[in-house]
Design a protein around this ligand. Structure first.
Ligand code: SF4
Length: 344
Protein backbone atom coordinates (compact mmCIF):
# COMPACT_ATOMS: atom_id res chain seq x y z
CA UNK A 1 0.00 0.00 0.00
CA UNK A 2 1.24 3.47 -0.87
CA UNK A 3 2.40 5.46 2.14
CA UNK A 4 0.14 8.52 2.06
CA UNK A 5 0.94 9.49 5.61
CA UNK A 6 4.03 11.55 4.88
CA UNK A 7 2.17 13.80 2.43
CA UNK A 8 -0.83 14.59 4.66
CA UNK A 9 -0.10 17.78 6.61
CA UNK A 10 -2.88 16.92 9.09
CA UNK A 11 -0.88 13.83 10.11
CA UNK A 12 1.60 16.10 11.88
CA UNK A 13 1.61 16.57 15.63
CA UNK A 14 2.76 19.98 16.82
CA UNK A 15 6.27 18.68 17.63
CA UNK A 16 6.52 16.99 14.22
CA UNK A 17 5.46 20.28 12.59
CA UNK A 18 8.09 22.18 14.62
CA UNK A 19 10.74 19.79 13.34
CA UNK A 20 9.50 20.23 9.78
CA UNK A 21 9.86 24.02 10.03
CA UNK A 22 13.25 23.78 11.74
CA UNK A 23 14.47 21.55 8.89
CA UNK A 24 13.30 24.25 6.49
CA UNK A 25 15.27 26.92 8.40
CA UNK A 26 12.01 28.46 9.57
CA UNK A 27 11.19 29.36 13.17
CA UNK A 28 9.48 26.53 15.09
CA UNK A 29 6.60 28.88 16.04
CA UNK A 30 5.46 28.45 12.42
CA UNK A 31 4.00 25.15 13.70
CA UNK A 32 1.48 26.92 15.94
CA UNK A 33 0.68 29.29 13.07
CA UNK A 34 0.11 26.29 10.80
CA UNK A 35 -2.19 24.65 13.38
CA UNK A 36 -4.13 27.92 13.76
CA UNK A 37 -4.76 27.91 10.00
CA UNK A 38 -5.59 24.21 9.80
CA UNK A 39 -7.84 23.92 12.84
CA UNK A 40 -8.62 27.35 14.31
CA UNK A 41 -9.56 28.87 10.93
CA UNK A 42 -10.32 25.54 9.22
CA UNK A 43 -8.46 26.86 6.18
CA UNK A 44 -8.61 24.69 3.05
CA UNK A 45 -5.70 26.08 1.01
CA UNK A 46 -2.01 26.69 1.75
CA UNK A 47 -2.34 29.82 -0.43
CA UNK A 48 -4.56 31.43 2.22
CA UNK A 49 -1.86 31.17 4.93
CA UNK A 50 -1.04 34.84 4.65
CA UNK A 51 1.58 35.01 7.42
CA UNK A 52 3.76 32.47 5.54
CA UNK A 53 6.14 33.66 2.84
CA UNK A 54 5.32 32.86 -0.80
CA UNK A 55 8.26 30.42 -0.90
CA UNK A 56 6.99 28.58 2.16
CA UNK A 57 3.46 28.39 0.75
CA UNK A 58 4.86 27.06 -2.53
CA UNK A 59 6.92 24.47 -0.67
CA UNK A 60 3.88 23.29 1.31
CA UNK A 61 1.76 23.18 -1.85
CA UNK A 62 4.34 21.09 -3.68
CA UNK A 63 5.01 18.65 -0.87
CA UNK A 64 1.81 18.23 1.11
CA UNK A 65 -1.86 17.48 0.75
CA UNK A 66 -4.03 19.71 2.94
CA UNK A 67 -7.43 18.05 2.33
CA UNK A 68 -7.10 14.27 2.18
CA UNK A 69 -10.86 13.90 1.62
CA UNK A 70 -13.27 15.25 -0.97
CA UNK A 71 -16.99 15.41 -0.21
CA UNK A 72 -18.80 13.40 -2.89
CA UNK A 73 -22.31 13.52 -1.49
CA UNK A 74 -24.28 15.07 1.34
CA UNK A 75 -27.72 13.84 2.30
CA UNK A 76 -30.02 15.56 4.79
CA UNK A 77 -32.76 13.65 6.58
CA UNK A 78 -36.19 15.20 6.19
CA UNK A 79 -37.26 13.33 9.30
CA UNK A 80 -34.78 14.68 11.83
CA UNK A 81 -32.16 16.88 10.10
CA UNK A 82 -29.37 14.31 10.41
CA UNK A 83 -26.69 14.96 7.77
CA UNK A 84 -24.76 12.19 6.12
CA UNK A 85 -21.50 12.82 4.25
CA UNK A 86 -19.83 10.52 1.76
CA UNK A 87 -16.12 11.31 1.37
CA UNK A 88 -13.69 10.09 -1.28
CA UNK A 89 -10.09 9.41 -0.29
CA UNK A 90 -7.04 10.21 -2.47
CA UNK A 91 -6.84 6.54 -3.49
CA UNK A 92 -10.50 6.57 -4.64
CA UNK A 93 -12.19 4.83 -1.73
CA UNK A 94 -15.22 5.93 0.25
CA UNK A 95 -15.95 6.61 3.90
CA UNK A 96 -18.90 8.13 5.71
CA UNK A 97 -19.47 10.61 8.51
CA UNK A 98 -22.75 11.61 10.09
CA UNK A 99 -23.72 14.90 11.75
CA UNK A 100 -26.43 14.25 14.30
CA UNK A 101 -28.29 17.39 15.26
CA UNK A 102 -30.96 16.43 17.71
CA UNK A 103 -29.36 13.62 19.61
CA UNK A 104 -30.60 13.28 23.17
CA UNK A 105 -27.04 13.22 24.42
CA UNK A 106 -26.03 14.26 27.94
CA UNK A 107 -24.89 17.64 26.67
CA UNK A 108 -27.64 18.04 24.08
CA UNK A 109 -25.08 19.21 21.51
CA UNK A 110 -24.27 18.29 17.96
CA UNK A 111 -22.42 15.06 17.38
CA UNK A 112 -20.18 14.03 14.49
CA UNK A 113 -19.91 10.28 14.03
CA UNK A 114 -16.61 9.53 12.25
CA UNK A 115 -15.01 6.53 10.52
CA UNK A 116 -11.65 4.99 11.38
CA UNK A 117 -11.21 2.38 8.61
CA UNK A 118 -12.30 1.77 5.03
CA UNK A 119 -14.44 -1.34 5.56
CA UNK A 120 -14.08 -3.52 8.65
CA UNK A 121 -12.82 -7.02 9.36
CA UNK A 122 -14.82 -7.69 12.51
CA UNK A 123 -17.81 -9.24 10.73
CA UNK A 124 -20.70 -8.18 13.01
CA UNK A 125 -23.74 -9.70 11.32
CA UNK A 126 -26.00 -6.67 11.83
CA UNK A 127 -23.57 -4.14 10.33
CA UNK A 128 -23.56 -2.64 6.83
CA UNK A 129 -19.83 -1.81 6.99
CA UNK A 130 -19.02 -5.49 7.50
CA UNK A 131 -20.40 -6.13 4.01
CA UNK A 132 -17.83 -3.79 2.43
CA UNK A 133 -14.43 -5.32 1.64
CA UNK A 134 -11.79 -4.21 4.14
CA UNK A 135 -9.41 -1.88 2.29
CA UNK A 136 -7.18 -0.18 4.85
CA UNK A 137 -6.88 1.81 8.03
CA UNK A 138 -7.47 5.55 7.79
CA UNK A 139 -4.57 7.89 8.44
CA UNK A 140 -4.93 10.24 11.42
CA UNK A 141 -5.28 13.08 8.87
CA UNK A 142 -8.24 11.37 7.21
CA UNK A 143 -9.92 10.89 10.58
CA UNK A 144 -9.45 14.56 11.54
CA UNK A 145 -10.39 15.89 8.11
CA UNK A 146 -13.88 14.37 8.47
CA UNK A 147 -14.48 16.85 11.30
CA UNK A 148 -12.88 19.79 9.44
CA UNK A 149 -14.96 19.10 6.32
CA UNK A 150 -18.26 18.51 8.15
CA UNK A 151 -17.71 21.75 10.10
CA UNK A 152 -16.84 23.68 6.93
CA UNK A 153 -19.75 22.35 4.87
CA UNK A 154 -22.39 22.51 7.62
CA UNK A 155 -21.13 25.76 9.16
CA UNK A 156 -21.69 24.16 12.59
CA UNK A 157 -18.77 23.99 15.00
CA UNK A 158 -19.77 22.90 18.45
CA UNK A 159 -19.42 19.16 18.36
CA UNK A 160 -19.14 15.95 20.30
CA UNK A 161 -17.11 13.39 18.42
CA UNK A 162 -17.92 9.67 18.39
CA UNK A 163 -15.81 6.99 16.72
CA UNK A 164 -18.85 4.95 15.70
CA UNK A 165 -18.69 5.21 11.93
CA UNK A 166 -17.08 2.71 9.57
CA UNK A 167 -14.42 0.46 11.08
CA UNK A 168 -13.24 -0.77 14.45
CA UNK A 169 -11.19 2.08 16.00
CA UNK A 170 -9.04 -0.22 18.12
CA UNK A 171 -7.91 -2.14 15.01
CA UNK A 172 -6.36 1.20 13.97
CA UNK A 173 -5.23 2.10 17.48
CA UNK A 174 -2.19 4.31 16.84
CA UNK A 175 -3.85 6.52 14.21
CA UNK A 176 -7.07 6.81 16.23
CA UNK A 177 -5.23 7.87 19.40
CA UNK A 178 -3.06 10.30 17.40
CA UNK A 179 -6.15 11.82 15.76
CA UNK A 180 -7.99 12.06 19.10
CA UNK A 181 -4.98 13.82 20.64
CA UNK A 182 -4.83 16.35 17.77
CA UNK A 183 -8.58 16.95 18.21
CA UNK A 184 -7.94 17.62 21.88
CA UNK A 185 -4.85 19.91 21.54
CA UNK A 186 -5.61 23.49 22.48
CA UNK A 187 -3.91 24.56 19.22
CA UNK A 188 -5.62 21.70 17.37
CA UNK A 189 -9.41 21.38 17.27
CA UNK A 190 -9.54 22.04 21.03
CA UNK A 191 -12.28 19.49 21.75
CA UNK A 192 -12.42 18.34 25.36
CA UNK A 193 -11.50 14.70 26.09
CA UNK A 194 -14.96 14.36 27.63
CA UNK A 195 -16.51 15.12 24.25
CA UNK A 196 -14.56 12.48 22.35
CA UNK A 197 -15.89 8.91 22.56
CA UNK A 198 -14.10 5.89 21.15
CA UNK A 199 -16.42 2.94 20.63
CA UNK A 200 -15.05 -0.60 20.31
CA UNK A 201 -16.64 -3.99 19.76
CA UNK A 202 -14.28 -5.34 22.45
CA UNK A 203 -10.64 -5.61 21.31
CA UNK A 204 -9.31 -6.69 24.71
CA UNK A 205 -5.54 -6.06 24.30
CA UNK A 206 -6.15 -2.54 22.99
CA UNK A 207 -8.68 -1.75 25.76
CA UNK A 208 -5.99 -2.85 28.21
CA UNK A 209 -3.42 -0.63 26.47
CA UNK A 210 -5.85 2.31 26.43
CA UNK A 211 -6.41 2.00 30.19
CA UNK A 212 -2.70 1.51 30.94
CA UNK A 213 -1.76 4.57 28.87
CA UNK A 214 -4.17 6.65 30.94
CA UNK A 215 -6.21 8.19 28.10
CA UNK A 216 -9.23 10.12 29.32
CA UNK A 217 -11.32 9.99 26.17
CA UNK A 218 -14.71 8.38 26.79
CA UNK A 219 -14.81 4.71 26.04
CA UNK A 220 -17.85 2.80 24.78
CA UNK A 221 -18.18 -0.93 24.23
CA UNK A 222 -20.76 -2.31 21.84
CA UNK A 223 -22.34 -4.96 24.07
CA UNK A 224 -25.68 -6.00 22.52
CA UNK A 225 -25.88 -9.36 24.36
CA UNK A 226 -25.05 -10.48 27.86
CA UNK A 227 -25.30 -14.16 26.98
CA UNK A 228 -21.85 -14.90 25.60
CA UNK A 229 -22.99 -17.63 23.19
CA UNK A 230 -25.66 -15.40 21.73
CA UNK A 231 -23.16 -12.52 21.44
CA UNK A 232 -20.73 -14.76 19.53
CA UNK A 233 -23.43 -15.44 16.95
CA UNK A 234 -23.72 -11.79 15.92
CA UNK A 235 -20.30 -10.47 17.01
CA UNK A 236 -17.50 -12.90 16.07
CA UNK A 237 -15.03 -10.85 18.17
CA UNK A 238 -16.68 -12.46 21.22
CA UNK A 239 -15.20 -15.85 20.30
CA UNK A 240 -11.69 -14.43 20.59
CA UNK A 241 -12.24 -11.98 23.44
CA UNK A 242 -15.42 -12.97 25.32
CA UNK A 243 -17.39 -10.16 26.91
CA UNK A 244 -16.86 -11.66 30.40
CA UNK A 245 -13.11 -11.07 29.95
CA UNK A 246 -13.73 -7.49 28.83
CA UNK A 247 -15.98 -6.91 31.86
CA UNK A 248 -13.39 -8.51 34.18
CA UNK A 249 -10.76 -6.11 32.84
CA UNK A 250 -12.98 -3.11 33.56
CA UNK A 251 -13.92 -4.45 37.00
CA UNK A 252 -10.23 -4.73 37.82
CA UNK A 253 -8.68 -1.75 36.10
CA UNK A 254 -11.20 0.95 35.25
CA UNK A 255 -9.36 4.12 36.22
CA UNK A 256 -10.93 6.33 38.89
CA UNK A 257 -10.36 9.46 36.82
CA UNK A 258 -12.31 8.01 33.92
CA UNK A 259 -15.90 8.75 33.01
CA UNK A 260 -18.37 5.91 33.20
CA UNK A 261 -17.93 3.17 30.64
CA UNK A 262 -20.75 3.39 28.09
CA UNK A 263 -22.24 0.10 26.97
CA UNK A 264 -24.07 0.33 23.64
CA UNK A 265 -27.04 -2.01 23.59
CA UNK A 266 -29.25 -2.49 20.52
CA UNK A 267 -32.55 -3.84 21.89
CA UNK A 268 -34.04 -6.81 20.09
CA UNK A 269 -37.01 -8.99 21.04
CA UNK A 270 -34.66 -11.64 22.40
CA UNK A 271 -32.12 -9.66 24.46
CA UNK A 272 -34.27 -7.61 26.85
CA UNK A 273 -35.39 -10.12 29.47
CA UNK A 274 -35.00 -9.77 33.23
CA UNK A 275 -32.19 -12.37 33.00
CA UNK A 276 -30.32 -10.08 30.60
CA UNK A 277 -30.57 -7.17 33.04
CA UNK A 278 -29.40 -9.30 36.00
CA UNK A 279 -26.52 -10.82 34.00
CA UNK A 280 -25.40 -7.36 32.94
CA UNK A 281 -25.39 -6.08 36.51
CA UNK A 282 -23.44 -9.10 37.71
CA UNK A 283 -20.94 -9.00 34.87
CA UNK A 284 -19.98 -5.33 35.41
CA UNK A 285 -20.53 -5.26 39.15
CA UNK A 286 -17.29 -3.40 39.97
CA UNK A 287 -17.39 -0.96 37.02
CA UNK A 288 -19.10 2.40 36.65
CA UNK A 289 -21.31 1.85 33.63
CA UNK A 290 -23.99 3.63 31.68
CA UNK A 291 -26.20 1.70 29.30
CA UNK A 292 -27.06 3.35 26.00
CA UNK A 293 -30.21 1.65 24.71
CA UNK A 294 -30.99 1.76 20.99
CA UNK A 295 -34.20 0.09 19.73
CA UNK A 296 -33.53 -2.12 16.70
CA UNK A 297 -35.13 -1.06 13.43
CA UNK A 298 -36.95 -3.59 11.29
CA UNK A 299 -37.29 -7.32 11.91
CA UNK A 300 -36.86 -8.26 15.57
CA UNK A 301 -37.91 -4.82 16.87
CA UNK A 302 -39.21 -5.24 20.43
CA UNK A 303 -42.63 -3.89 21.46
CA UNK A 304 -42.94 -0.66 23.48
CA UNK A 305 -44.21 -2.75 26.42
CA UNK A 306 -41.20 -5.08 26.40
CA UNK A 307 -38.85 -2.09 26.21
CA UNK A 308 -40.59 -0.44 29.20
CA UNK A 309 -40.34 -3.65 31.25
CA UNK A 310 -36.61 -3.94 30.45
CA UNK A 311 -36.03 -0.32 31.42
CA UNK A 312 -37.87 -0.93 34.70
CA UNK A 313 -35.66 -3.94 35.47
CA UNK A 314 -32.54 -1.86 34.78
CA UNK A 315 -33.82 0.93 37.03
CA UNK A 316 -34.52 -1.54 39.85
CA UNK A 317 -30.91 -2.72 39.50
CA UNK A 318 -29.69 0.89 39.59
CA UNK A 319 -28.10 0.78 36.14
CA UNK A 320 -27.99 4.30 34.62
CA UNK A 321 -29.50 4.36 31.13
CA UNK A 322 -30.01 6.64 28.18
CA UNK A 323 -32.36 5.75 25.33
CA UNK A 324 -31.23 6.81 21.89
CA UNK A 325 -33.42 7.15 18.85
CA UNK A 326 -32.34 5.68 15.56
CA UNK A 327 -31.76 8.77 13.40
CA UNK A 328 -31.44 9.47 9.68
CA UNK A 329 -33.47 6.44 8.67
CA UNK A 330 -34.51 8.05 5.38
CA UNK A 331 -30.86 8.68 4.35
CA UNK A 332 -29.28 5.30 5.19
CA UNK A 333 -28.23 6.63 8.60
CA UNK A 334 -26.20 3.60 9.70
CA UNK A 335 -22.58 3.83 8.57
CA UNK A 336 -21.60 1.65 5.65
CA UNK A 337 -24.95 1.82 3.87
CA UNK A 338 -24.00 4.65 1.51
CA UNK A 339 -20.44 3.48 0.79
CA UNK A 340 -21.81 -0.04 0.36
CA UNK A 341 -23.65 1.19 -2.74
CA UNK A 342 -20.28 2.28 -4.20
CA UNK A 343 -18.75 -1.16 -3.71
CA UNK A 344 -21.68 -3.18 -5.03
S1 SF4 B 1 -20.30 -2.92 14.09
FE1 SF4 B 1 -18.31 -1.88 14.11
S2 SF4 B 1 -16.84 -3.53 14.58
FE2 SF4 B 1 -18.73 -4.55 13.92
S3 SF4 B 1 -18.43 -4.87 11.70
FE3 SF4 B 1 -19.51 -2.90 11.98
S4 SF4 B 1 -17.92 -1.36 11.96
FE4 SF4 B 1 -16.93 -3.33 12.34
Amino acid sequence: MKNFGSSFIKNFTISEAEKLFRDLDEKPYRATQLFAWLYGKNCDSFDDMSNFSKDLRNYLNQNFILNPLVCEQKLVSEMDGTEKYLFKTVDDHYIESVLIKNEESDSGRLTICISSQIGCQMGCTFCSTAKIPFIRNLEAAEIIDQICQVRRISGLNNNNIVFMGMGEPFMNYDNVIKAANIMNYSFGLHISVRKITISTCGILPRINQFIDEGHLFNLAVSLNDTDTNKRSETMPVNKKWPIEDVAALFNKKMPKAHNRLTLEYVMRKDNISRDDAVRLKKMFKYSRIKLNLIPLNGEGTPSENDISSFIKELEILNIPITVRKSLGRDINGACGQLSGQKYR
